[in-house]
Ligand binder design. Structure first.
Ligand code: PEP
Length: 251
């Protein structure tokens, strides 16, 4: 037993109007038992955060954002700050998702700025890392993870990171239906934990929650959760339907 509380997080990406988001959140709030062993977080689109928070605020479900900008405010049209997210009820922020890196020019340097902004506003960062298929084929997985973790956390010390979560999301498994094998997931999670231990010490590495993400479904979650260094999941497509997400949460 690791003593780490499992976390299952749902990333709704660019899905759901406010009404749709509220309906899904209502079903989840009715169905997820209070004080369960597993912590649950949902990350709706920005437009629905405040309304979803209203629905889940008296439930055990936590609210997360899918991204944030590192400045507090200013002339940054289309961006949203950590303070704004905090004011909607967010407790978590997903940072450096591969879709942000792939389609929106996110770099390790901007990921690092976002992590620092999240910490400064008491939002628990969920740092996403993971290799592409080409990188895995070239046996560069560990090199990529090393770079993404170390650059993403540059300039930070262990005391600032007690609530850090890292999500290992192999890009080739996101939205593709190809899940990493449990051994591939375990190997990558073990490597990430060892990177964190080397840099920040054993106490932080030991309590760090590392989530697996990439085509998690009701039929593969329980096997993944048997692995020593898998502390939960970041779920995309399968988090959109409340019933499916509930099955994953109750793996
Ligand atoms: C994700 O968006 O983080 C993700 C893992 O997506 P999916 O579960 O759809 O692969």
């Amino acid at each position: 037993m690791s003593g780490r509380r499992p976390l299952i997080a749902g990333n709704w990406k660019m899905h759901k109007t406010c009404d749709e988001a509220v309906k899904t959140a209502q079903t989840l709030a009715r169905s997820i038992p209070p004080a369960g062993d597993t912590e649950v977080m949902i990350a709706p689109p920005f437009t629905a955060l405040a309304q979803v928070f209203d629905v889940i605020k008296n439930s055990p479900i936590e609210l997360g954002a899918q991204n944030l900008h590192w400045k507090n405010q200013g002339a940054y049209t289309g961006e949203i700050s950590a303070a704004m997210l905090k004011s909607t009820g967010c407790g978590y922020a997903i940072i450096g998702h591969s879709e942000r890196r792939q389609f929106f020019g996110e770099t390790d340097a901007t990921v690092n700025l976002r992590i620092k902004a999240a910490i400064a506003h008491s939002l628990n960062p969920v740092l996403c890392v993971g290799e592409t298929e080409e990188e895995r084929d070239a046996e560069a997985t560990f090199k990529i993870l090393d770079r993404q973790v170390n650059k993403g956390l540059e300039g930070l010390v262990a005391d600032q990171l007690p609530d850090l979560v890292i999500a290992y999301e192999p890009v080739w498994a996101i939205g593709t239906g190809k899940t990493a094998t449990i051994d591939q997931a375990q190997e990558a999670h073990w490597f990430i934990r060892s990177l964190v231990e080397k840099r920040f010490g054993n106490p932080l590495a030991n309590c760090l929650r590392i989530l697996y993400g990439g085509s998690v479904k009701p039929n593969n979650i329980s096997d993944l959760m048997t692995m020593a260094d898998v502390d939960g999941a970041l779920v995309g497509g399968a988090s959109l339907e409340a019933e499916t997400f509930i099955q994953i949460v109750s793996y």
